[in-house]
Design a protein around this ligand. Structure first.
Ligand SMILES: Cc1ncc(COP(=O)(O)O)c(C=O)c1O
Length: 403
């Protein structure tokens, strides 16, 4: 223990010395366009993934409270031993219908969903080809797959580069030429890249995967509720939900952002994939279900999204307004159709200092640096919500101008 404690203290001291120590703020009320932060009072919140403003929606709260009364806290067991509450089945049916897939299965997080998907479904002789900017859960799930099943191969292509050197096509060609790749070719991408706010070209990727007989998997955690006219995701935005279009094969996604905001994740795809995950997935066999309260809240959030697509339109209007105001104030904000507006400031310590100052000015927005983004690419990641008013956005931009 002493060896560990000495090492841990020295690592923590180094993080502090580098001025990249993360402070966990205390929130003293519900998540909304503004939040009450201990020591700061009410501040405009631009760092939540509460894209549709549903995290504290009265119906979402009530659905969770009712579930607690109806079912208690949980089954105190895993689903295959002690059974599944009806709301889990209902939610999974609704997720499949919302995503446009045959079937779906829920987990306590999208992280767990990714760790259930690749290590369970990939087999020796398969290759998993991944975008270099995919979320950490995809990266770790692929690493895990290659460790638990020797002979699962992996390859990485440059972010969103489909043709040429280090591209997706180059990785697919190499896979076809590799005599050790005798099984399935998996291609996986985020729909919306969480640090850039950029999107994958899913229509082009779909075509390319079909040319090589590859399975296309999309983690659309930041696309739910945001992308496409109805907020169904980046595949809707790409036209892949249109009649006659070839759909995405499988998705991982989260319930911890636009779709309720509590926690939870899912795999959505063909019923054979879901059945295999139920039969063989270690996170399904050895870990408890998503809490039933969260399942009911998430189901209500999806119902509200489908009932009120105007929330998605409001989010889009807010994003357009915010991007214009940020640019007019002289800041370099990355362009995209998503609700993530990264302001690039390059230096990690500077990004953290800026977010500290913004908090003093009444705006809660986080500076991200290495290792979350590559060295030299530090940024303030501003996330817009349908719940923001133009006044909230103006307050944020006024604070930016004071930096
Ligand atoms: C793209 C992406 N995938 C997955 C996750 C993980 O989601 P969860 O919190 O449900 O594990 C995140 C969360 O930051 C994400 O941004």
């Amino acid at each position: 223990m002493n060896t560990f404690l000495t090492r841990a203290r020295s690592t923590l001291a180094k993080i502090n010395e580098d001025k990249v120590y993360k402070v966990l703020q205390t929130i003293e009320g519900p998540m909304g366009p503004t939040v009450k932060l201990k020591g700061y009072g009410e501040v405009v919140c631009l760092c939540s993934n509460n894209y549709l403003g549903l995290a504290n929606h009265p119906e979402v709260v009530e659905a969770g409270a009712k579930a607690l009364k109806d079912y208690g806290a949980g089954t105190a067991s895993v689903r295959f031993i002690c059974g599944t509450f009806a709301p889990h089945h209902d939610l999974e049916r609704d997720i499949a219908s919302y995503m446009g897939t045959e079937s779906a299965y829920t987990f306590v997080s999208a992280w767990t969903a990714a760790e259930a998907l690749f290590p369970t479904l990939a087999e020796p002789g398969d290759i998993i080809i991944s975008d270099e900017l995919n979320h950490a859960c995809i990266i770790d799930a692929i690493r895990l797959a290659t460790v638990v099943k020797k002979g699962v191969h992996k390859a990485v292509y440059r972010n969103n580069v489909l043709e040429g050197e280090k591209s997706l096509r180059a990785a697919l060609e190499a896979a076809k030429a590799n005599p050790e790749v005798t099984g399935a070719i998996w291609v996986v991408t985020d729909g919306v890249f969480s640090m850039e706010g950029s999107i994958a070209d899913l229509a082009a990727m779909r075509k390319m995967c079909d040319q090589y007989g590859a399975i296309l998997v999309v983690d659309d955690s930041h696309g739910h509720g945001v992308m496409g006219k109805l907020g169904r995701g980046t595949h809707e935005y790409a036209g892949l939900l249109e009649p006659g279009a070839r759909p995405i094969d499988m998705f991982t996604g989260t319930l911890g952002k636009a779709l309720g905001g509590a926690a939870g994740g899912f795999i959505a795809g063909p019923k054979e994939a879901i059945e295999l995950v139920i039969q063989r997935g270690r996170p399904t066999i050895f870990s408890n279900a998503l809490p039933v309260t969260v399942a009911c809240s998430a189901r209500k959030a999806i119902e509200i999204l489908r009932r009120e697509p105007e929330r998605v339109a409001r989010l889009r209007d807010n994003v357009t307004y915010a991007r214009k105001k940020i640019k007019d104030a002289g800041f370099n904000v990355l362009e995209s159709p998503t609700a993530i507006c990264p302001i690039i400031v390059h230096d990690t310590a500077k990004a953290i200092a800026m977010s500290k100052r913004l908090l003093e000015l009444g705006v809660f927005v986080i500076g991200f640096g290495y290792p979350v983004v590559p060295e030299g690419h530090a940024r303030l990641r501003c996330q817009i919500s349908a719940a923001h008013t133009t006044e909230h956005i103006d307050r944020f931009v006024d604070a930016l101008k004071k930096l």
